[in-house]
Design a protein around this ligand. Structure first.
Ligand code: 4FV
Length: 250
């Protein structure tokens, strides 16, 4: 899978994309992440990428020409045509199903806004806008990195154990179950009693452990994100567990 990122802060994106599993996947040639400095697509000696908004008002707007030149250049790189994404608060809310859909594209170009945003005419070259949340950031780079990280995890071989991707939160539309690791017991100033790992996880009874994790994921989803249960596809066992969880506590 290939990602091309257009930004006025290439070092920021290069640095972050080079870390962790995405970084290893790039080294392992499972992914290509090419970062392009928007200023390289300017023609003036001050490498200007922004200008004042027509109609007045605060802030600056990213000029269309450097972005058009960047797209013209990038689209010559690979086979076929890339899917061009603009990260912005006006975009499609990013969810796991959207991540899964994007991960089926072989080539994504991510345009990172800055200032008040991009000139509206840039949207004539954009296939889809994507938002990572209803808040305003100072730039589209972090959203681009969020998309790259979330999509990269679905590229075969990027996450060592495919199982963990399949079992990921939201992979099944539910929140994740609690995770524990050694030590089995830990003292803490917050409570007189030491904090213990639930016995079922120490039991070695994998059927029981699987049921406990299902129940915990459902209980946590019911408590924190009941909205997710409206469109979660639950199997028969989960439906039964959910009915039990909804029963009034004795
Ligand atoms: C954003 C978001 C976001 C808006 C103006 C960049 C900023 C600035 N992008 N999800 N939320 N972008 O806040 O994707 O240009």
């Amino acid at each position: 899978m290939r990602f091309d990122v257009v930004t006025i802060f290439p070092a920021m994106v290069q640095q972050a994309a080079g870390a962790g599993i995405v970084g290893r996947a790039i080294e392992g040639r499972l992914l290509t992440v090419a970062v392009h400095d928007l200023r390289d697509f300017t023609t003036d000696r001050h490498r200007v990428v922004d200008d004042v908004p027509y109609g007045g008002g605060p802030g600056m707007v990213l000029k269309p020409e450097p972005l058009f030149r960047a797209l013209d250049t990038i689209e010559q790189i690979g086979e076929g045509r890339p899917t061009v994404l603009l990260t912005s608060p006006q975009g499609t809310p990013l969810t796991q199903p959207v991540v899964e859909r994007l991960s089926r594209q072989p080539w994504l170009v991510l345009l990172c806004g800055r200032y008040e945003g991009v000139d509206e005419r840039v949207r004539t070259r954009v296939d889809e806008e994507v938002s990572i949340g209803d808040y305003v950031l100072s730039g589209g780079e972090l959203p681009a990195l969020v998309i790259i990280d979330a999509v990269a995890r679905l590229v075969p071989g990027v996450v060592g154990d495919e199982q963990s991707v399949a079992e990921d939160s939201f992979g099944r539309g539910l929140l994740d179950f609690p995770h524990y690791t050694r030590p089995a017991e830990i003292a803490t100033s917050a409570s007189r009693e030491p904090l213990r790992v639930p016995d079922v996880l120490l039991s070695g009874n994998h059927a029981e452990i699987r049921r406990w994790r299902k129940r915990e994921a459902l209980a946590r989803t019911l408590e924190r994100r009941p909205d997710l249960l409206e469109h979660g596809e639950l199997d028969a066992e989960e439906q039964k567990l959910l009915r039990e969880l909804k029963l009034p506590k004795p």
